[in-house]
Design a protein around this ligand. Structure first.
Ligand code: ZN
Length: 185
């Protein structure tokens, strides 16, 4: 077995370490070279102990980073990551992984709380819920001003509807107040 191993090393002269350095899995190398996965592992350990993968395939990169492969793919499609493509597979160098870490370790732009790694959302969970209820507090000063102007102009154009809504909303407000006072008792 050992003899055969040395033979493989000689025949492929650097292919195994080269593939490993590129981030190929032991399985992929064994398919290419035609020896078992275990044998590839032994050869690497015995003859090339210093060889480390410099570019990981996407799912391995995701494992290292601690997020889903899907999450990395999204970041890639958003143009936030630029892994090289080798033989149809995206390969993440150390730099790419560092970038992915930074892109993922985001904080909520509204409150500064960390945004969960696996969520495809801009704000943290609490702020996202608030945003869905009412997006006004999330607008910039300019955005708020525009919103108020738009509301005023709409009320001018639809005085009847505006009156109705005001009535309804004040009714809802009274109801909420009532509920609140009941809860406090
Ligand atoms: Zn937040």
């Amino acid at each position: 077995m050992a003899k055969k191993g040395i033979g493989v090393v000689q025949v492929y002269d650097g292919l195994i370490p080269a593939m490993r350095r590129e981030g190929h899995t032991l399985e992929q190398i064994s398919d290419r070279v035609g020896v078992t996965r275990q044998r590839v592992h032994q050869i690497l350990k015995k003859f090339y102990p210093d060889v480390q993968p410099i570019a990981l395939v996407e799912y391995r990169a995701a494992e290292v980073i601690g997020c889903s492969t899907y999450r990395l793919a999204i970041l890639r499609k958003q143009g936030l990551l630029h892994p090289k493509r080798v033989n149809f597979y995206f390969r993440y160098s150390r730099e790419d992984i560092k970038e992915a870490f930074l892109a993922l370790q985001r904080s909520c732009p509204h409150c500064g709380e960390p945004v969960p790694l696996k969520n495809q959302i801009k704000y943290c969970l609490k702020c996202s819920a608030d945003y869905r209820r009412n997006s006004y507090p999330f607008k910039s000063e300019e955005g708020k001003r525009k919103q108020l102007l738009a509301n005023a102009s709409w009320r001018e154009r639809h005085p009847e509807r505006a009156k109705e809504i005001a009535k309804k909303s004040s009714k809802a407000y009274r109801k909420r107040q009532k509920e609140r006072s009941i809860n406090q008792c």
